[in-house]
Design a protein. Structure first.
Length: 402
């Protein structure tokens, strides 16, 4: 196919560069883990983020030296090929390592790094057709099959750079918004910790504290300020086009649920949720999947839907999203389950404190203002992502000239 003299053709992944499959150092050798080089796993990657800046783990210097041959250079495109395939990929923001659920493409001299990322992103859905499965039933695409996956490309390096630059501009704006959201979340968490954990609230110097309770404050439990919403809907009662939040859409350690799917994907009963409801992922609660909803829709029944009942929404959000509460929930999971599951009977007993009305109202307003800013930025990200994704296939296919 030709546009302004640029030839568009079909290639395979191996034409783009060298393929490296990741690995995970043995867990019984903790000396191989550390903070010398980032170690990116499939679970660290967000579907809507180009780079993965905060992986949970890293290699030590000794791990780096041992696995140097599988080091992934900065600018490589890394694709998840085991587990939930056809959805997750990331571009290495620095030299790093990846786990065995991923394959990385190290572009050769004929291809622009940014362009390779977007050309592969455009073809990501093709992975599903290459699934050979595993004994456990997980989706799996072998390195050899991945290497043969078809992609649409141009060999013209100038066109590659133009396409990469246009699409990167959207992702740069998205990342800027994400950084602002992270700073706002940190500010909210800091305020909660200072006032309700460290008890360094305004005027604390002149407030008597008896048995750990400031004068004018009172002890309570989580169940005193919220209830669980259990509006169950069968598939037949769920319209197409309704936002759907599954556990896979819930990011770790983010208080805003900015990702969702579509109800057309579902075939089982779901819980209804409403805007500003707080969702807590109850399977493996140590994954720390907690946040407030930007819209109304339906959610997985593996999420606990919380609604505030006393006008203390900010206190509820900051409590259940705190590391202390998440750890408490994990320590008090239901026994005997194959996977740890949060137990609402235990969660609602979590001890909290209610501040005097003046302090409480100030806190509620401060946190609410922060979350409105977060919501605005998150919705901007959604619009930018949708605009980028509409543009992507048109640029890569040559439908739009550059």
């Amino acid at each position: 196919m030709e546009g302004d003299g640029t030839v568009i053709r079909t290639a395979i992944i191996s034409d783009l560069g060298r393929i490296i499959t990741g690995n995970t150092p043995p867990r019984n050798h903790p000396e191989l883990y550390g903070d010398y080089t980032p170690f990116i796993k499939a679970t660290d990657i967000s579907e809507n983020e180009k780079h993965t800046y905060f992986p949970e783990e890293g290699y030590s210097e000794s791990g780096y030296k041992k696995y140097i041959r599988s080091l992934i250079p900065k600018g490589s495109t890394c694709v998840v090929t085991i587990g939930s395939i056809g959805k997750k990929m990331t571009m290495a923001y620095c030299d790093c390592f990846i786990n065995q659920a991923m394959n990385a493409i190290i572009p050769n001299e004929n291809f622009d790094n940014e362009y390779v990322y977007y050309a592969v992103k455009n073809a990501l859905g093709n992975l599903k057709a290459l699934d050979s499965g595993t004994a456990s039933g997980r989706e799996n695409v072998s390195k050899s099959a991945f290497s043969k996956m078809e992609v649409i490309i141009t060999d013209d390096i100038i066109s590659q750079r133009k396409i990469g630059s246009i699409l990167s501009a959207y992702d740069d704006l998205i990342e800027n918004n994400q950084k602002q959201i992270k700073l706002l979340e940190e500010a909210a968490q800091r305020l909660y910790k200072e006032w309700f954990v460290d008890l360094r609230f305004p005027g604390y110097e002149n407030t008597k504290i008896v048995d750990g309770v400031p004068e004018g404050w009172e002890k309570a439990t989580l169940g005193d300020i919220c209830s669980v919403r259990k509006e169950t809907l069968p598939p037949s009662k769920i319209d197409d086009g309704v936002p759907y939040i599954g556990l896979e859409h819930m990011p770790r350690k983010d208080i805003c649920l900015s990702e969702w799917g579509d109800s057309s994907e579902i075939n089982s009963s779901k819980f209804r949720y409403y805007e500003d409801d707080i969702l807590f992922g109850k399977i493996r609660p140590y994954f720390h999947k907690v946040g407030f909803a930007l819209n109304s829709g339906v959610a997985s029944t593996d999420a606990i839907i919380l609604r505030n009942v006393k006008g203390l929404w900010s206190l509820l959000l900051m409590t259940v999203s705190s590391s202390e509460f998440v750890n408490y929930t994990y320590q008090n999971c239901k026994e005997g389950a194959k996977m740890p599951r949060a137990d609402w009977k235990q969660m609602k007993s979590y001890p909290i404190m209610l501040a005097d009305p003046t302090i409480q109202n100030t806190f509620e307003n401060e946190i609410y203002t922060i979350t409105r800013k977060i919501k605005c930025l998150a919705l901007q990200i959604k619009r930018l992502s949708e605009a980028r994704d509409r543009l992507l296939p048109k640029l890569v296919s040559g439908e739009l000239e550059v």
